[in-house]
Ligand binder design. Sequence first.
Ligand SMILES: [Zn+2]
Length: 326
Amino acid sequence: MANQVNTVRGQVSADQLGKTMIHEHFQFGYPGFHGDITLGRYDRQEALRVGLEVAERLKAHGVQSVVDPTPNECGRDPLLLKEISEMSGLNIICATGYYYEGESATAYWKFRALLGDAESEIYEMYMKEITEGIGDTGIRAGVIKLASSKDVITDYEKMFFRAAARAQRDTGVTIVTHTQEGTMGPEQAELLISHGADPNRIVIGHMCGNTDVAYHLRTLDTGVSIGFDRFGLQGLAGTPLDRMRETVLIGLIGMGYADRILLSHDTVNCWLGRALAIPEPLLPTVVDWHPTHIFENVIPTLREAGISEETIHKILVDNPQRVFGA
Ligand SMILES: [Zn+2]
């Protein structure tokens, strides 16, 4: 029997998830946005409206499920996700976890680590949120979100990785990660696996931030799956161009890795805090950064490269279902 996956509306059998986006944020805020509420007032109705619009656009391309790996301290709101899910029919899987040290709300756990065993406390948080629910919502996290820094997994971040491996051993929960600027993919995989995590339930994220084939092969050799999950984000925050990503992706598919690659955009559909104005010169870096870019532009490129419908189906449907235990 297929594994049961926690979605914000309850459990869904992994083999029923269908076409799945592994990494999209319905809303996201950099820690600190809470302090700017006077000018960055939260408009929940607007977040809901945008979320429903995104859900409809995704459904028009046959998407049935979305993983929203927003970290706990970056504006995760399971009740909003549940409302979007109930109104749209889209399955949404939310996360438990914290962001990488440079962009995380570190003070809380650093203080607790001074006074006691923060790693065990993080494990307890994961377990409670996976098995019972987030806060008093009764909504259970369906993935653990992990993240590391550029060129290093810091001691702060390692607490979360070790606790996640332990929670994964206990629950079988899927782990989805953030790598920074195309670094530490193999190291993340090795750290988790060395602490007993199951590579079949690990997706090393933002791997498309690195166009070095050797880096991808080193990561894939550990048995994990990898996310080409920032399509459309080109040149901003250390990201490569899509045609570079596509070149590596087509190469890896050609080398027989089609069963361990997942696609997504890492879009942020609603920024928390004050409205963002992207400066004119940066517009080309985000013009394709929207939730249906893969279907409109990337999949056609794969087809032109001779990649079969069967393989495309495998990447969009079978691979996500498998990392959730189908
Ligand atoms: Zn993300």
